[in-house]
Design a protein around this ligand. Structure first.
Ligand code: NAX
Ligand code: ADP
Ligand code: K
Length: 516
């Protein structure tokens, strides 16, 4: 279903399905910008227009996703998100559904738009209580609409609101969230407090703007499929971030006249004793990404001589690597590098043309101010670097204690790293954030928990290094690689029907286009 439609829908345009393919990136707006946009939009319209459009859109969408729902419980909060719910309830009631509203907020203190929707719902005869519980024991055919909190959510739900969130979490049928899953921070994709409950929706209709929190951190677990309705405002404000979506035109394809020298040489430095596999995974991934030649120097003793599974890889010992000119190369540094990788870093940071730094290389830099200043200096000289930290590595690079600090605002952490080290940064995890200095960051929307498997990060680093020299700048290489990496995992889940771990070697095959 690309655009939703329903037979008995009230008049409004259908929300768009938010997908990671086939269109330009989607603009994302945080809570503050969304409010500003709402204010601007209200100025040009008669009072209450936006809420009427929002409620009509939600009702229409509800009828499309749950046409056979018998009962519909609409849990409404104390603000305008609740107003959207009341407005939707009125339409669903008129469409002949058995609707029950639980209004959790003082009806005399609703904001004006929500108060207007309450009057309209009352006038239409919608049953409204102040109960946080659904009226009857719900069945799996019933639909619940979460209109408790939207962009005004400011703290973890408590009391009656928390009770309603629990009912929504245990709802046996479909759950549709209005604007945001209640309890989710619109900007960060986290609960307001570690222990704070968040609704888990099957669908979320994001209104007026798309919020970044729907797509990163734990947002994806709570939002389900996201749909977007701009409420016919067509507003174009500069975004907080982009949701990366790949359109076909980004990939130029290979010209007949090209040869292996056109596609760049990659050198992988990693694979210390006991971790050779990490360097091999990165090397293999660089090969299937299309690098012209891939050299591998494993840091264990003795260095690895050949990979019989991938004889295309060219192994180089310490003396050979020392003699190579690193300036035209794309270096991947890290990938099971242990502590020995540190010795390679001063030269890599000073002389590598393009540099992808992962895992142990990042840990070494985080622990060494001299390496940090080399990395910063590299950025100031305009030399291109991509850092691919997971949240704990990012925390170390930022000098903070815990990964949780990074996770509490992934967009901010990625931006801080990019600005500090003048590098492109891929902050990995659900909804990987790709940031570059002085640039609006993007969130990657492909991938799933099947990637939570040892070695998939090495594959990402190698794949990125393989893509990069093929006529792309660092930022686009990072975005495309992260997108393809996640999309391969999505194909795997689609063909296996579950999110069991995706072995890193299999991931490389999927990236290469072997059958899912
Ligand atoms: N005004 C309008 O015409 C429009 C409003 N819209 C809707 O309005 C929403 C924003 O409305 P609001 O700004 O009123 O904000 P919300 O409805 O998201 O909630 C704000 C209210 O909840 C309270 N609150 C926040 N966290 C709470 C907690 N943990 N426990 C108890 N109370 C809590 C706040 O103090 C405030 O009263 C959007 O998300 C969207 O759904 C959109 O439909 C666009 C049009
Ligand atoms: N739950 C998830 N959803 C989406 N992507 C994930 C998830 N878990 C892990 N990944 C991705 O898998 C890769 C894991 O990388 P990393 O943590 O460095 O692992 P390793 O060091 O074992 O290779 C990253 O690209 C990360 O974004
Ligand atoms: K909500």
């Amino acid at each position: 279903m690309d655009d939703c439609s329903a037979g008995t829908a009230p008049a409004s345009r259908a929300p768009l399905r938010v997908a990671a393919h086939g269109r330009p990136p989607w603009p994302l707006h945080g809570a503050a910008l969304s409010r500003l946009i709402e204010q601007h939009a209200q100025q040009g319209l008669p009072t209450h227009t936006l809420m009427q459009r929002a409620g009509a859109s939600v009702a229409r969408f509800a009828l499309a996703i749950a046409p056979h729902a018998r009962g519909i419980w609409v849990a409404c909060g104390p603000g305008n998100n609740g107003g959207d719910g009341l407005e939707a309830a009125m339409h669903l009631h008129r469409a002949g559904k058995r609707v029950q509203v639980g209004l959790l907020g003082d009806p005399t203190r609703l904001p004006p738009d929500a108060a207007a929707s309450l009057r309209r719902a009352q006038a239409a005869g919608v049953p409204i209580t102040d109960s946080a519980s659904p009226p009857t024991v719900p069945s799996c055919h019933d639909l619940a609409i979460d209109a408790l909190l939207g962009v005004g959510g400011a703290r973890a739900p408590q009391g009656a609101l928390a009770a309603a969130v629990m009912h929504l979490r245990h709802w046996p049928g479909t759950v549709l969230c209005v604007d945001l899953p209640s309890g989710l921070h619109p900007d960060t994709g986290q609960a307001f407090e570690e222990s704070g409950d968040v609704v888990r929706g099957h669908h979320t209709v994001s209104l007026l703007t798309l919020k970044p929190g729907l797509f990163t951190g734990s947002g994806r677990d709570h939002a389900g499929q996201v749909w977007f309705d701009d409420l016919q405002t067509g507003l174009r404000e500069p975004p907080t971030a982009w949701l990366f979506s790949k359109s076909a035109s980004i990939e130029p394809g290979r010209r007949h006249s090209q040869h292996k020298g056109s596609f760049g040489d990659v050198l992988v430095l990693g694979g210390a004793a006991g971790m050779t596999g990490a360097a091999l995974l990165a090397g293999r991934a660089a090969l299937v990404a299309g690098a012209g030649r891939v050299f591998v120097h494993t840091l264990g003793d003795p260095a690895w001589p050949v990979d019989t599974m991938t004889p295309e890889l060219m192994f180089r010992d310490a003396a050979a690597v020392e003699a190579m000119n690193w300036a035209p190369l794309t270096l991947v540094c890290g990938c099971g590098g242990g502590t020995v990788v540190r010795a390679m870093l001063p030269r890599a940071l000073s002389h590598a043309g393009r540099l992808v730094l992962d895992a142990d290389a990042l840990n070494a830099i985080a622990a060494d101010p001299m390496l940090q200043s080399l990395l910063e200096g590299r950025g100031r000289r305009g030399a291109a670097t991509i850092l691919t930290p997971h949240p704990l590595e990012a925390a170390r690079l930022l000098g903070v204690e815990e990964a949780a600090t990074v996770q509490s605002d992934r967009l901010r952490a990625a931006r801080q790293l990019a600005d500090r080290y003048r590098s492109v940064v891929v902050l990995k995890g659900s909804g990987s954030v790709v940031a570059a200095p002085d640039t609006v960051p993007s969130i990657n929307f492909t991938g799933n928990a099947a990637l939570a498997s040892a070695g998939t990060g090495d594959v990402l680093a190698g794949w990125m290094a393989g893509l990069w020299p093929q006529g792309r700048d660092a930022l686009l290489a990072a975005q495309l690689a992260t997108h393809a990496h996640g999309a391969a995992a999505d194909r795997w889940v689609a063909s296996h029907g579950h999110q069991g771990p995706l072995p890193a070697s299999r991931l490389i095959e999927l990236l290469a286009g072997y059958p899912p």
